[in-house]
Design a protein. Sequence first.
Length: 290
Amino acid sequence: MVHTTGPAPVDVTTIIPGLRPWRRTSVRLHPRRGTPAPESSHVGGAIQTSARMEWPSCPDHSYVNTAGNFQPLPMLAVGQFLCKDFPEILFPENADLLQVFWCPNDHFLEFPPSAEYEGPRVELRWLDSSHVDGFSSLTWEASWPVEDSYLVHPCTIDQERVDEYPDSEVLPPLLAEAADAISTEDGGYQYSLSVARGWKIGGWPSWHLTGLQHIECPDCAGPVKLLIKVDSCEWDGGSDRWWPLEERSLTEEQEPAAREPTGTVVGRFGELRIFTCESNPAHSPIPNIQ
């Protein structure tokens, strides 16, 4: 099914021409529950792998196996993204397949100089798809320690590229003041004209919870960029603009599966963003919750 974001209530660059250089394109993923093909770009579910690849596990959590021994807790496959589908993603050399994993438990981490984080531990795998020859998925055992809110329903995705503008926290003072002064019937600049809701690749991050935080690469102290956003919902009461036009006639019973398709809740019904180094995406990823 095609998903279309509603038009912006106003042309923000006509009102504020100085915002034109700040425009970015993000890819709304529009995950919807289904059975995605393991070789496709998708969210949750089975992913491509091979017998040579060890499934990632969490160094901080374990479970007791049937023999009574402690074993590292396997991570959960959050999503898989192919280079051919997402030219917006900067892949390392000799990689064309990105897999995102997390431990479905809270971790308390710090990322100098100022970012603190409480949420799932994240791991990225950048692979050469010519080296995979099968697929795999995990069935979570009832005895494994896991936060149910971090489990991810298997979902197909429908890519939609939309223009975004930054959170006013990011803008220079005069532009920020002008942006915040824009009034619309549907959320103003912050909710209907700047950062898209829902799961997405690239674009701008929102800083609505903490205010702007300084994040840098933990490996080289260089600048970072937003790789992916995991959102607790596809749209909310802040603005109907992000509610796909094709789904506005859903019944009351049908709407929750579209609004919260993955069943994943991060933060206080917020969003988890994964940042990567601008110069070397293979450097350690930085998760952040708003």
